[in-house]
Design a protein around this ligand. Structure first.
Ligand code: HEM
Length: 370
């Protein structure tokens, strides 16, 4: 399989199925790939695999500065723990109130772009709250966050390097402000931990960039992919409108059926079966989520299906998405608001796709209220 084949494809599944037909673990151009749910889950949970090579380097273009997503224990454990307070149940409840307000305020137009005008502003509002970014800076963070995220696929272009510098500059300013006047946000708690020598200034920055990018570039696609799936499956959309309590099921089935993050990878830290030390395994989340061995009629979008075992949209093991509860809440609020306020929602023009192998989602999705 060549990953170029997948770029910008409306439907990567025919290619995933070609890979699946070759077996649960496939070797191609010096790399391994798996489409199997159980093997993916095993590798993600196996401590003999990590995210770095034995010389300490990280594969591909990562975040600048590096974050704990790109770090193995013990540093990963230490840094993840320091970011956790931003995701407490109390915090998630506070964010919910904010997301509900934003969702309501966005659903007034008759014709709009579901991505730019609805799906994107919700996660942006949450990240702004979480990081304590003033409203006046939010738009700038959103633009730059998207550019930095795009660099995962296309490498670091001069434009992205500039965007990255701007994000770091904005965070520098917020860090200085929180040092002077601490608040109840994640920047303040990380700055306090830095003063206690629990992490370095570089690690504070890496964590902030991770939270910014991880929260923007994924949740927008959960909302976009889920709405499109519902409109393309009128019986499911009708079922949901009649039973808004199914919102969590819509979220889970969207995550399984059209996972915003389609792929991750792990590196063997020692020989594990056929996989040699320092060899990389691509975990094709999008394919594992439609593994017929675990999900009957795996290609069918069915909000009523029993989600067992859990899909791998949030990964598994020690890097399991730290924002999963938050993302689920955002999806829940978004789908309920759409069903209630826009029961006759219709696609109003052709969609365009994100030009990415890793992130699956829509660039634009014109819709109308009726
Ligand atoms: C639907 C939305 C989301 C999806 C599909 C998603 C998916 C993922 C995946 C697949 C990973 C792990 C990658 C790996 O194992 O290599 C991950 C990690 C992470 N996510 Fe999410 N994510 C979402 C939303 C969020 C949000 C809203 C936040 C926070 C604001 C967030 C923060 C993180 C962080 C901090 C990590 C790193 C965890 C670690 O390395 O220990 N994510 N996410």
């Amino acid at each position: 399989m060549t990953f170029e084949q997948l770029t910008g494809h409306e439907d990567p599944h025919p290619i995933y199925e070609q890979v699946r037909a070759l077996g649960p673990l496939v070797r191609d151009s010096g790399m391994w790939a798996t489409t199997s749910h159980s093997l993916s889950n095993k590798i993600l949970r196996n401590q003999r695999f990590g995210v770095r090579y034995s010389d300490g380097t990280y594969p591909g273009g990562g975040l600048l500065p590096e974050s704990f997503l790109e770090t193995d224990p013990p540093d990963h454990t230490r840094l993840r723990r320091l970011a956790m307070p931003a995701f407490s149940p109390k915090k998630i409840d506070e964010y919910r109130t904010r997301v509900e307000k934003v969702a309501e305020s966005l659903l007034d137009a008759d014709e709009f772009d579901l991505i730019a005008d609805f799906a994107a502003p919700l996660p942006i509002a949450v990240i702004s709250d979480l990081l304590g970014i003033p409203d006046s800076d939010t738009a700038e963070f959103a633009d730059y966050g998207a550019l930095v995220a795009a660099s995962f696929d296309s490498g670091v272009t001069p434009e992205m390097a500039h965007a990255n510098d701007k994000v770091l500059e904005l965070f520098e300013r917020l860090i200085a402000e929180r040092r002077a006047r601490p608040g109840d946000d994640v920047i303040s708690s990380l700055v306090a931990a830095e003063a206690e020598k629990k992490l370095t200034a570089q690690e504070v920055m890496g964590t902030l960039v991770l939270l910014l990018v991880a929260g923007f570039e994924t949740t927008v696609n959960l909302i976009g992919n889920g709405t499109r799936a519902l409109l393309d499956h009128p019986a499911q959309w009708a079922l949901f409108k009649a039973n808004p309590g199914l919102a969590p099921d819509v979220v889970e089935e969207t995550l399984r059926w059209a996972a915003p993050v389609q792929m991750t990878s792990r590196i063997a830290h020692e020989q594990v079966g056929e996989i040699g030390k320092d060899e990389l395994v691509n975990i094709i989340i999008g394919a594992a989520n439609r593994d017929p061995d675990v999900y009957p009629e795996a290609h069918r979008f069915d909000v009523m299906r029993v989600q067992k075992p859990e899909h791998l949209a949030f990964s598994s093991g020690i890097h399991y998405c730290l924002g999963a509860t938050l993302a689920r809440m955002e999806g829940d609020v978004a789908f309920r608001a759409l069903a209630r306020r826009m029961p006759d929602l219709k696609q109003a023009g052709p969609v365009t796709f994100r030009d990415s192998v890793v992130i699956r989602g829509l660039k634009s999705f014109p819709v109308s209220r009726s």
